[in-house]
Design a protein around this ligand. Structure first.
Ligand code: SF4
Length: 359
């Protein structure tokens, strides 16, 4: 079993029983129940998803869930509130563990973004600035963008979102992930001196007026601790230990890691790479969340699929099959996730802009 790595995942003793019960409950509810599961979910939870994917695919699935009345979302909070924004009023969205959040999403909040926008407005005309918010953000920030002619992006459609934004403005104000923004700007061919880092703790982001005026892409100082762990030494070690091995990383990694990798892409891309581009005997080291890599390794024993280093997202790890079972067994009394009506309207505008431009 060349591709099987030692599991970092504690499999609950009653996992099989939980999965059996979940399938039974799904059968009982038929098409009125839809379970969405992100690629970073635990193996057992992922196996229970009616639809699995990256945050863009799941966002689209929620928007297109015509038959389902109840949508159970196994992911982190920003994904669930996005689904609650995009679904119809007669649909209900549930989160098996409301404590599953995202530290990166917490690196930008509405007061900070509003203050930064006002700072920007003292230097340039913000009508020429398009606010672009990563899906990994609270709903009020998506609303902020929608109200100002902006858009949401994910790691699978950032390039198209840059096209959309530069067709409407001269600058992009991108938050909260510096690295996805920087890697996209680099791939877009924006000169380095026109990509600047905005520190929200400092007046004018710590930039000079000249730097702001000259910038095409202004990046918020935020990051994902799961993806910024990867470094060049890890790539070199994996390549030295496994001649012929390819390296595939997620665009939330630091730019030097992305530059040195063979391929970069979203979790949807990474999954497609392993399933469809690799041949038996091929080797890959992946720079993303370890649960997903573990699953791909288990599913592809004829390929070597290893992590650059084991990097776990504790929030994605929170939902177990026990939590999902508990949610489904008590769905009628489970507290639904509702989008704040004040935020929903413009957040939907920004999400719809993304769905329209990214296809
Ligand atoms: S992997 Fe990173 S960006 Fe994704 S949910 Fe975890 S902390 Fe947030």
């Amino acid at each position: 079993m060349a591709g099987v790595m030692q599991s970092p995942i504690r499999i609950e003793e009653d996992e099989a029983e939980n999965i059996g019960r979940i399938r039974q409950l799904k059968q009982q509810r038929g098409e009125s129940l839809l379970i969405l599961a992100h690629h970073y979910q635990r193996l057992g939870v992922h196996a229970c998803g009616d639809i699995t994917g990256d945050s863009y695919a799941l966002c689209k699935a929620a928007a297109n869930a015509h038959k389902a009345r109840d949508i159970v979302f196994c992911g982190v909070r920003f994904m669930v509130t996005s689904a609650a924004t995009l679904c119809r009023d007669d649909q209900v969205v549930y989160h098996p563990d409301r404590n599953a959040g995202c530290p990166m999403a917490d690196m930008a909040n509405l007061p900070q973004v509003t203050t930064s926008w006002l700072d920007l407005g003292e230097v340039v005309d913000t009508k020429s600035v398009i606010p672009v918010v990563y899906m990994n953000s609270d709903l009020d920030l998506k609303s902020f963008c929608g109200e100002r002619g902006g858009i949401v992006c994910t790691s699978s459609n950032a390039r198209k979102v840059f096209d959309w934004s530069f067709a409407r403005g001269h600058k992009i104000f991108f938050f909260p992930d510096e690295h996805l923004g920087r890697n996209t700007a680099n791939a877009y061919g924006i000169p380095r001196d026109q990509i600047v880092l905005w520190d929200p703790k400092l007046r004018f982001g710590g930039l000079t007026h000249q730097q702001i005026a000259n910038a095409r892409v202004i990046l918020w100082k935020g990051y994902c601790h799961v993806h910024t762990r990867f470094d060049l030494e890890m790539l070199a070690k994996a390549r030295a230990e496994h001649p012929g091995l390819k390296v595939v990383v997620h665009p939330e990694c630091q730019e030097q890691v992305v530059a040195s990798a063979d391929f970069v892409g979203s979790t949807g891309f990474i999954q497609d790479y392993v399933l469809n581009r690799m041949k038996p005997g091929d080797k890959v080291a992946i720079g993303t969340e370890v649960n997903m890599i573990h699953r791909l390794a288990v599913q592809n024993p004829d390929k070597l699929v290893i992590p650059l280093v084991r990097s776990l997202c504790p929030n994605m790890f929170k939902i177990s099959t026990g939590d999902l079972r508990d949610c489904l067994e008590n769905l009628d009394t489970w507290e639904p996730v509702k989008a704040d009506p004040r935020e929903k309207h413009f957040a939907k505008v920004a999400l719809d802009n993304m769905l329209a431009c990214a296809g």
